[in-house]
Ligand binder design. Structure first.
Ligand SMILES: [Zn+2]
Length: 291
């Protein structure tokens, strides 16, 4: 198992470009809704106390956190993608779950004052999935959709989602996204397309399990000498890809030379494509590597 520690250091968070040139300097007209979002209970008793503090003296038994204590009463806006999709999110929950946002909204950045952050390079679909994880604790399954009977299309782009999790240094989310894709690929007996191989290398620049997965699929694709996959992944097209993407080409040839027998990544141990090291906890078990 290859450990990808250096690529996921916390310093990566600071390298993420937060495009905020168009961020309003004041809270927009929805501020009333922002202060009191649906699901937030506001009362004089609540607003007079310190937010998030536990009640009771030292002799009182500890009570579980209430909904309001978990969520807080403050929200922030995330503006995502070309179409500027807007997500209104509970700030406390978001910052508790994702350190990147904690730095952004509780630090000295403009976003902390405006309560608005823009992610123009990411897809609204990926942010939607990420916020589903923030609120519900898991990434929803990838469904296959039929494109006029010709080709099955995944219901969400796992490369885009993986890329977003990678930028935010969320290794457990990366692993969950990876497992979701491998499950989808195994159940549908499908393989990622040439476009997906290229996209993975373009969006995650450093060595990562995502790149490794694409190279394993590349080697598997080359091993077919008849049938549907041999047609879909013909030698001239693979050769063209090697010329166009030298990073992929080097990894691909190194795997062929040093990687031993051809393996199908869809049936390999899932942890082989997770971010955690061999002896580090897996997000699935929280105890030790899953297999
Ligand atoms: Zn694992």
């Amino acid at each position: 198992m290859v450990k990808y520690g250096p690529a996921y250091s916390p310093q990566d968070a600071s390298s993420v470009a937060i495009v905020n040139s168009q961020a309003p300097t004041t809270i927009p007209s929805t501020s009333e809704n922002i202060q009191n979002p649906p699901g937030t209970v506001v009362s004089s008793a609540m607003t007079s106390g310190g937010e998030g503090k536990r009640s009771g003296g030292k002799d009182e038994p500890k009570q579980p956190f209430t909904f309001r204590e978990n969520m807080g009463s403050e929200t922030v806006e995330l503006i995502v993608g070309k179409d500027k999709a807007k997500f209104l999110v509970h700030k406390k929950l978001l910052c508790d779950k994702i350190p990147y946002f904690d730095k952004m909204f509780n630090g000295g950045f403009e976003e902390a004052r405006s309560k608005i952050a823009t992610f123009s390079e990411d897809r609204a679909q990926s942010m939607d999935l990420l916020l589903g994880w923030v609120y519900h604790g898991s990434i929803r399954k990838i469904q296959g959709t039929n494109n006029n009977g010709v080709r099955e299309i995944p219901s969400w782009s796992f490369v885009d989602m993986y890329s977003l999790a990678h930028k935010l240094c969320l290794r457990d989310v990366q692993d969950e996204v990876m497992d979701a894709y491998l499950t989808y690929s195994f159940e549908g007996e499908s393989m990622p397309s040439f476009e997906t191989w290229t996209s993975a290398y373009d969006k995650v620049l450093s060595p990562s399990p995502l790149r490794t997965l694409m190279v394993y699929f590349g080697r598997l694709a080359l091993s077919f000498n008849a049938g549907e996959f041999a047609t879909a992944f013909d030698v001239p097209s693979i050769l063209e890809l090697l010329f166009d993407n030298s990073d992929f080409g080097v990894d691909f040839l190194n795997l062929i030379r040093y990687g031993g027998a051809v393996e199908d990544p869809r049936v390999m141990p899932r942890c082989d494509f997770n971010c955690h090291g061999k002896d580090e906890p897996c997000y699935l078990t929280k105890k030790g590597p899953c297999t």
